[in-house]
Design a protein around this ligand. Structure first.
Ligand code: NAP
Ligand code: MG
Length: 475
């Protein structure tokens, strides 16, 4: 039995105050042990947090950019100094293997903070159009509601640009992974952030998240999570015509063009599998559909089986977040969810390839299906687990049509020997991000969804702009 981390307080107005909403246990999904205990906010606690953010807003908004940038630099440095604590905390509540926890869950958010500070230092808060002075001013109080899949990153991409822009924040992290948010609150405290500028409340989305979404003194809700809850938040926020930022689900496609040679094809399959399985398959940007020329499908199936078999559950492949989520993903392991032509290349209900699962922990077998019907449940629904679907296309145009055949549009990839032609295909994909021939993740580039993948953009200068109002002053 590992040590239980107790968090008996909420962080409101620069103080640790006991919450009135009862206790909540936090489980490590890799071991199924309780590793944390937090207190939840009552409705009065939520009101106090919003009031603190409101009171702190004028002074923070008026704080010079250079001072805000220096403050965020200190926050960055405190997190970097405590990187091991953050990685361990992510591991104990989200289950990611320690090495993954450090790279994906701590180093990436640190890079995001760094790029946000760069963007802040060069941001055009004032400009001119003719006789008008154009001012970009912070909206006020931002409520951030975040999911469990990336407990630090999903918080950082909202909170840091908001603080950079001069807004004040009330954060409600996911009930399954709140402990990392407490570490972040401690980092803000250690960096000397003024009281009330950042506030942490915990509790269920249905209660605390809903209260924040309705709250008349919250100016913007920034949400990441399921498309279902995103729709509810948009509807509720309409009651006060609040501004919303929504980062929702995806069913992103990796498109292999007909001119792709064997070497690039091998790279495409390997990177697509790795991307689909990242974080146990629990990323909104997962390349969950691999669209390949029909002539190459057998070669792709061999390559995918080989690449996917390297993701041993418990070492390279992390667990799903909960027993509930595991059940949800297991409902997609039957090839019939992909239509009658679907074949299991690896994993699935039949456990093709015989990969062992650890005895404890919410693991599922890494799975690859092929010849999946593009209209099937498997090809259209977000799974949020390590399940890759291979689809075939008769031409590059058909591949583009298949890729765009989705209610979602968050991420994507294109592979082709002619790089310019591949970029031209990227232009045709209805999606917020596209990586061409393995182009690397850019922590300074805008991130967000087309279609039902979301509203608004996060990261870099776009993340700052997302929480700014625009004023024109005529002279
Ligand atoms: P979720 O239900 O959308 O929850 C995300 C956040 O919203 C959590 O903090 C949650 O609180 C809160 N919330 C829930 N209902 C709310 C409401 N009515 N009003 C305000 N806030 C509310 O996501 P989930 O249950 O964690 O995961 C379910 C599915 O969402 C996954 O299978 C996956 O498809 C998708 N997902 C997407 C992303 C992404 O990055 N796009 C990330 C995670 C999950 P509590 O959970 O604490 O109650
Ligand atoms: Mg939920």
């Amino acid at each position: 039995m590992s040590k239980i981390q107790r968090e008996p307080a909420l962080y409101i107005d620069g103080r640790w105050v006991s919450g009135g909403g009862g206790d909540l246990e936090v489980e490590n999904p890799a071991t199924e042990e309780v590793t944390g205990l937090i207190t939840q906010a009552s409705a009065a606690d939520v009101d106090a947090a919003v009031a603190a953010a409101r009171a702190a807003f004028p002074a923070w908004a008026a704080t010079p950019v250079a001072v805000r940038a220096a403050m965020l630099r200190r926050v960055h440095d405190v997190i970097a100094e405590r990187a091991d604590v953050f990685a361990d905390t992510v591991h104990r509540e989200q289950g990611s293997p320690p090495k993954v926890a450090r790279g994906l869950h701590v180093d990436t958010p640190l890079a995001v903070i760094d790029k946000t500070i760069d963007a802040l230092e060069s941001f055009a808060f004032r400009s001119e159009i003719g006789n008008s002075l154009i001012l970009r001013q912070p909206v006020g109080v931002v409520a951030a509601i975040t999911p469990w899949n990336l407990p630090l990153h999903q918080v950082v991409v909202k909170v840091i640009p908001a603080l950079a822009a001069g807004t004040t924040v009330v954060l409600k992290p996911a009930g399954l992974t709140p402990l990392t948010a407490f570490e972040l609150a401690r980092a803000f405290e250690a960096a000397g952030l003024p009281a009330g500028v950042f506030n942490l409340v915990t509790g269920s989305g249905r209660v605390v998240g809903d209260q924040l979404t309705r709250h008349p003194d919250v100016d913007q809700v920034s949400f990441t999570g399921s498309t279902k809850v995103g729709r509810q938040i948009a509807a509720t926020a309409a009651g006060t015509l609040k501004r919303i930022t929504l980062e929702l689900g995806g069913k992103s496609a990796s498109v292999v063009l007909a001119d792709t040679d064997d070497e690039l094809l091998a790279k495409a399959v390997k990177i697509t599998v790795g991307n689909c399985y990242l974080n146990g398959g629990q990323t909104c940007t997962a390349l969950a559909r691999l669209i390949v020329p029909v002539e190459q499908v057998e070669q792709v199936e061999r390559l995918a089986a080989e690449a996917a078999a390297k993701y041993a559950p418990g070492s390279r492949l992390g667990p799903l977040i909960s027993a509930e989520q595991r059940k949800e993903v297991e409902s997609f392991l039957d090839p019939s969810t992909g239509g009658t032509s679907t074949v299991t290349v690896l994993g699935g209900v039949d456990r093709v390839g015989g990969i062992e699962l650890p005895e404890r922990g919410h693991y599922v077998t890494p799975t690859v299906f092929s010849r999946v019907d593009p209209e099937s449940q498997l090809a259209t629904e977000e799974i949020f687990g390590p399940v890759l679907s291979i689809l075939t296309a008769g031409s590059d145009d058909e591949a583009v049509a298949l890729a765009n055949n989705s209610i979602y549009g968050l991420s994507g990839a294109v592979w082709g020997a002619d790089r310019d032609a591949a970029i031209a295909v990227a232009e045709r994909l209805q999606t917020g991000q596209v990586d061409v021939n393995g182009g690397a993740f850019n922590p300074g580039a805008p991130f967000g969804g087309y279609k039902q993948s979301g509203v608004g953009r996060e990261m870099g200068g776009y993340g700052i702009a997302d929480v700014l109002e625009i004023k024109a002053v005529q002279r």
